[in-house]
Design a protein around this ligand. Structure first.
Ligand code: ATP
Ligand code: MG
Length: 234
């Protein structure tokens, strides 16, 4: 399925290509061939069984993470027996909620103290798919240093108890920002991470550095998703 010429040499996984079809809402129908291929490859690499957590990240911003998470989640939710949560842990630049017409979470305290993840997720409008929107902060001081990662890990652990597949949208690895949840820390907690890169746009050095960071963090790198969309901003 993945041509040899496209295989990464150092990573465990391969590169999967997406075509230019994944614009926002179309991806949500989850019937696009590229989404299907990406999902199958990820499912195999994850050795997906009862409950898995998949993180989607990228080396720099705007490479198509959120679009991919929405498309994969919508597709996965259509598979027999799957109960899926699309989780936005990109609190620095939240966007996943916009795909599902959901509101951002405003109450950080609620995340410090909840029994079941089911009490704080929102319906996506699609069967077998819930969404956990990002948190909006009023100030940088609402969380102490490292607390957002601790909350994020707790959320993932709780989510895995209720869902067969948790797909996490994260910030890009570069540039680091004090308000963002570190994608490498989140990836280490997950069963696997896939890295989105824009073909002919993302600098190779950035991809290598991002991969190194994930590897050093101890993440299970499933492979890259080569997004062939041409972002006019890059
Ligand atoms: N394959 C694609 N086909 C068409 N449009 C795409 C594709 N991939 C991404 N886009 C568009 O590119 C823009 C950025 O995509 P997206 O928001 O998914 O990136 P991101 O990596 O989540 O960005 P950020 O780092 O800001 O979170 C969006 O307008 C999205 O619709
Ligand atoms: Mg995004």
């Amino acid at each position: 399925m993945i041509p040899d010429s496209m295989m990464l040499t150092k990573q465990q996984g391969g590169i999967l290509k997406t075509e230019n079809l994944l614009s926002g809402r179309i991806a949500l129908h989850g019937e696009i061939a590229e989404i299907k291929r990406v999902y199958s490859a990820i499912e195999t690499s994850l050795k997906h069984q009862e409950s898995s957590c998949l993180v989607i990240t990228s080396s720099i911003a705007g490479e198509g993470k959120t679009t991919m998470v929405a498309g994969l989640a919508a597709y996965a939710a259509k598979q027999p027996g799957e109960r899926v949560l699309a989780m936005d842990l990109n609190w620095y630049s939240p966007a996943l909620h916009t795909f599902f017409g959901a509101e951002l979470n405003f109450d950080v305290n609620r995340l410090r103290n909840f029994d079941s993840i089911l009490d704080i997720v929102k319906p996506s409008g699609l069967n077998n798919l819930d969404v956990f929107p990002a948190v909006r902060f009023n100030s940088d001081h609402e969380l102490s240093f490292g607390e957002s990662e601790a909350i994020a890990i707790h959320l993932i652990q709780k989510a895995c108890k209720e869902y067969s597949l948790v797909i996490v949208d994260t910030s890009a690895i570069y540039p680091p920002n004090r308000r963002m949840i570190d994608p490498a820390i989140i990836s280490k907690e997950a069963d696997g991470v896939a890295v989105v890169a824009l073909v002919n746009a993302t600098p190779r050095e950035d991809i290598k550095r991002a991969m190194k960071i994930l590897e050093t963090a101890g993440a299970n790198i499933l492979g890259m998703i080569a997004n062939q969309w041409k972002n006019p901003m890059m």
